[in-house]
Write a protein that binds this ligand. Structure first.
Ligand code: ADP
Ligand code: MG
Length: 479
């Protein structure tokens, strides 16, 4: 058998809890020795659960975890060459820094002089030389987290797991520590598995990113790969800011979306339904009429390095990043080069749309309240005695800070003549015969297209209402 360069492999890992909840589902991953791998996804998507299984604190319900090619599923945490750094520093307050770091080695009855040398070495590594006799309470948050990292590293693990280790630090400290962790990783040459819900952090630090949602891997790739070539609309939406449109291939290297005709570098057969992703920095501003589409500037915000310009173009809203500003209210043209357009086959043609939480903490979509319980959607939340929505830690949930994405399949939407009674309405702007049904593109009044499958033939240009059954919607919470 040849030596594998994978230090760890997860094979078909699934974890369901006693209450039947499936937190991780068919998770497959290979991690190379020395790699910096990041699990990225919204809160509750199963990152910590996966990490805990790697560390040995939790056992998978099914599947295998291989370390250097050997199954370690049943090995207890202390026998795995793996250490974990948690978000909360978890230092012993009654011990000084030296004792905190030396604790594990003392338990293992390591000789005193060896402990002394090792502690000195890791303190240097985390930039805290000479801090041995300081008490924990005199340290800043960032320094405490460094001690926690030193305490994990002193065991000389082959793999260091870091679960949102910078989450409790302020922005400036976080940026600093990101760089330091990256340097540490380089210097040590060991494998890091890092968890974060912050896409920027993941993009700047990782060799490989695993994007997760609802316990499933959405995509594995390099930061560039994930940013430039998202495999589905969830990844495109979660990573960076994107303009995402449903559309259709209209010919060889030609696609129609956002009300315009574009040349592309990705080619699919004419008639293929697609999802087109255009990054805000890839839209150039031209004179009106000179780009592929024209629109009216509705909002301009200066972001330090660039302007963020919001444009209404027909029924579509686009976000542009530009070093040049634009006049609110003015008309502009917009141009996108072929290599600025990323086209995915809309494999499932899933429709994604944003829903809001209103003041009464009910979900609202296009002016209608959805008959569903928010507390069933935000994991761990519940209503308190005053019927307010609170998180598992008891804190009130701020509707402003919650962003919910709903998904519904085209075959679960019905079209109706009864336009007024429907959640959304729109004009049929494209139809394609798919053999056993028609696939329609509906330009809706919420400013985005919906794809709807229907067995009946409607006409181009018809105004139709869309019936979106609430029990067919899937919700994802995004912070
Ligand atoms: P993340 O770290 O990505 O925020 P977690 O892995 O902590 O997510 O949790 C994933 C999901 O599993 C959440 O919905 C959480 O409520 C659920 N979960 C975690 N631990 C348990 C448990 N012991 N019993 C039941 N559900 C759990
Ligand atoms: Mg977590």
């Amino acid at each position: 058998m040849s030596e594998s360069s994978n230090i760890i492999e997860l094979k078909h890992i699934t974890k369901s809890f006693e209450d039947g909840f499936v937190a991780v589902s068919d998770f497959n991953l290979e991690v190379k020795r020395g790699e910096f791998v990041t699990f990225l996804g919204p809160s509750g998507c199963g990152k910590t659960t996966t990490l805990r299984m790697i560390a040995g604190f939790d056992r998978p319900t099914s599947g295998e975890i291989l370390l250097n090619g050997k199954d370690i599923s049943h090995l207890p945490p202390n026998l795995r060459p793996i250490n974990t750094v948690f978000q909360r520093y978890a230092l012993f307050p009654h011990m000084n820094i030296y004792e905190n770091i030396a604790f594990g080695l003392k338990q293992k009855k390591t000789p005193k002089d060896i402990i002394r040398n090792k502690v000195k070495k890791v303190l240097q590594l985390v930039d805290l030389e000479g801090f041995e006799s300081r008490s924990v309470s005199t340290l800043s948050g960032g320094q405490q987290q460094r001690v926690a990292i030193a305490r994990a590293l002193v065991n000389e693990p082959e793999i260091l797991l870091l679960d949102e280790p910078l989450g409790a630090l302020d922005l400036k400290m976080r940026k600093e520590m990101q760089l330091e962790l990256k340097n540490m990783h380089k210097e040590l040459g060991i494998t890091f598995i890092y968890v974060t819900h912050d896409q920027e952090e993941a993009l700047t630090m990782s060799d490989k990113i695993v994007v997760m949602s609802e316990g499933k891997i959405q995509q594995i790739g390099t930061p560039e790969g994930i940013y430039n070539e998202p495999e589905n609309a969830f990844v495109a939406d979660f990573i960076g800011e994107s303009n995402i449109f449903n559309g259709i291939m209209t010919g060889h290297l030609k696609a129609r979306f956002a009300g315009g005709q574009f040349e592309t570098v990705d080619d699919y057969p004419e008639g293929t339904q697609i999802t087109a992703v255009v990054r805000p920095e890839d839209i150039q501003i031209t004179k009106p009429g000179e780009g592929q589409i024209t629109g009216k500037v509705t909002d301009v915000i200066f972001k330090g390095m660039h302007y963020e310009i919001t444009v209404q173009s027909g029924r579509y809203e686009l976000v542009i990043q530009s070093t040049k500003s634009a006049e609110p209210g003015s008309s502009i043209g917009m141009k996108v080069e072929p290599d600025g357009i990323h086209i995915m086959i809309a494999a499932e043609h899933t429709n994604y749309f944003n829903v809001d939480m209103n003041r009464d903490q009910m979900l609202e979509f296009n002016g209608s309240v959805l008959d569903t319980k928010v507390e069933n959607i935000i994991k761990g939340s519940r209503r308190n005695a005053d019927n307010q929505l609170v998180a598992s830690n008891g804190e009130l949930i701020d509707p402003e800070k919650i962003h919910i994405i709903a998904a519904i399949e085209p075959s679960d939407i019905q079209m109706s003549d009864n336009v007024e009674d429907c959640l959304v309405q729109g004009i049929i702007s494209d139809l394609i015969y798919m053999g056993d049904h028609y696939s329609y593109v509906i330009n809706t009044d919420i400013g985005q297209d919906f794809i709807v499958d229907d067995e009946y033939l409607w006409n181009m240009g018809d105004l139709v209402g869309l019936v979106l059954p609430i029990d067919k919607m899937r919700f994802t919470v995004k912070k």
